[in-house]
Design a protein around this ligand. Structure first.
Ligand code: SER
Ligand code: ZN
Length: 497
């Protein structure tokens, strides 16, 4: 990697009048020998290749390798020149970046068309050349380093693309009897149990399916949450950008988010034109609204991230671990791909989110307990046919990083069940050990200084229903006995003429 940076240091007085050329030459030589080589292996580092002084400006051309990147060199020089000129009562007022060029080896096939803070990109003969458009502020914010990291991420992403996401079978249940071979969504629509709502991928669940959802929750509480010592909490369902910055979702959630906006002001006068337009046309003026609102975040997507604000910046005593909590207080929203299908793939869905927090050992151990409890439910109460697979961790997939989880300690197990009517496998819940990702992202520490870990597991109510009904159908006599008695009689309320 090669860096070439041309910049001017702007001084508060005339440098050419205060210091002789030979003194500056001596100083530059000294910087080249010491300051710009600090931290680099012998023979490496940065170098002032050219300099010139004109009145209050010191022009510098810096070249460097990756060891002391040119912008680092410039920031060091700004300081050092300040010290050098101080005795002459001259300070450094600022810097102007004229040109910043970064060149690196690059795969021919991977085209880079656009990058933030880059004015031009040239790609030829296995090289990538970036011409940056940066100022002093962006150098201080380490924008060039972040651009380089972004390129590394893109390289990594390209390597995983094409290859399918990681999937490795861990467990397969026994074969089970299926009593249905149709699409349960269609059947429920026919029976008037559900109706598509006004929104995309959104449904209204009638009393029968709602009772089934509540039964699932009760089973989960009785079989998993209570015996494992969970307590219920209520997590927010609107998620701010800051939460998604900390959870990592800000890296990649954009094509799938349901965005939330607030009015730029509550002042009714500011909104009068919008109201008047609607009253006159009966059309909601979307363009006029867009100008008057501000995106502040999105709707609940992964469910656990906004919980972490509860612990943000805190230190926990070791004795209270492991912490076990769950939330079932609201909907999750995803702008799903075209593959929307009935209650199997939804934009608005209902999930119980289970979160546990502890030391590394506690979190891994607890994940195993949870897996045992789930198996009991699927085997003995719902009596379904399912399998468990080790997959790309949900948080990596959602950040747009589909890498392998090398160690089997951190990562996600997906639970999948076959839908007899289509022969497809549907993921209906997951169990994940998320390592120190969340405690780190939200700055939560442990009193002993030991590493804090966490895990989470999402139980999708629509998915459980889709799987159960697809395999067992609608004849309640055929339902597994324990489930049948847990549900009881399904309510019949509506009739249509
Ligand atoms: N938060 C996890 C997910 O989004 C588990 O629900 O998949
Ligand atoms: Zn989660």
């Amino acid at each position: 990697m090669e860096f070439q940076l041309k910049a001017d240091l702007k001084c508060s007085g005339s440098v050419s009048e205060a210091v002789s050329s030979s003194e500056i030459a001596e100083f530059v030589k000294h910087c080249n020998a010491e300051l710009l080589k600090k931290g680099a292996p012998p023979g490496c580092g940065a170098e002032i290749e050219r300099w010139n002084v004109a009145g209050e400006k010191i022009g510098l051309k810096i070249v460097s390798d990756r060891f002391v990147r040119a912008h680092d060199a410039l920031l060091r020089l700004k300081n050092e020149f300040g010290k050098f000129l101080g005795p002459h009562r001259i300070g450094i007022r600022g810097m102007e970046i004229e040109d910043y060029e970064i060149a690196m080896e690059w795969e021919e096939g991977l085209k880079i068309k656009k990058l933030p803070f880059v004015r031009e990109i040239k790609q030829e003969e296995g090289m990538l050349k970036l011409f940056l458009d940066v100022d002093e502020f962006s150098l201080e914010k380490r924008i060039p380093d972040r651009i380089i990291r972004l390129l590394e991420d893109k390289k990594e992403a390209a390597r995983w693309k094409g290859k399918k996401e990681h999937w490795e079978l861990l467990f397969e249940s026994n074969k089970k009897l299926f009593y249905f071979d149709k699409d349960p969504t269609e059947e429920m629509m026919k029976r008037g149990w559900i109706k598509h709502a006004a929104g995309r991928g959104q449904w209204i669940y009638g009393p029968q399916l709602t009772k089934i959802f509540r039964t699932f929750e009760r089973i989960l509480l009785d079989e998993v949450c209570k015996p494992l010592g969970y307590e219920e909490m209520v997590f927010p369902k609107f998620v701010t950008w800051d939460v998604w910055k900390r959870s990592g979702h800000a890296k990649g959630i954009y094509p799938e988010a349901y965005y939330v906006c607030t009015p730029k002001t509550r002042d009714p006068e500011f909104w009068e034109e919008v109201m008047d337009y609607y009253k006159v046309t009966n059309e909601v003026p979307l363009d006029m609204i867009m100008e008057r609102i501000e995106p502040v975040g999105g709707m609940c997507y992964a469910q656990c991230p906004p919980f972490w604000v509860f612990l943000q910046g805190k230190t926990l005593p070791d004795e209270i671990l492991p912490i076990k909590i769950f939330d079932r207080s609201g909907t999750s929203h995803r702008y799903e791909s075209g593959g929307l299908h009935g209650i199997e793939r939804l934009d608005e869905f209902h999930r119980v989110e289970i979160v546990w927090i502890g030391t590394k050992e506690q979190v891994i151990e607890h994940s195993k307990l949870l897996q045992e409890k789930y198996r009991r439910i699927f085997d003995e109460i719902l009596d379904i046919e399912w399998r468990e697979a080790w997959v790309t961790p949900w948080f990596m997939a959602q950040e747009g990083k589909a890498g392998l989880a090398e160690l089997k300690e951190v990562g996600t197990i997906d639970y999948e069940a076959v839908l007899p009517y289509s022969g497809k496998w549907l993921e209906f819940q997951n169990v994940s050990v998320n390592g120190d990702k969340y405690p780190k992202g939200f700055s939560v520490k442990l009193q002993s200084g030991e590493e804090l870990w966490s895990g989470c597991s999402g139980v999708g109510l629509e998915r459980w229903a889709a799987v159960l009904l697809a395999q067992k159908g609608f004849d309640q006599d055929k339902w597994p006995a324990k489930f049948r008695s847990a549900v009881g009689k399904l309510p019949e309320i509506f009739r249509f003429l």
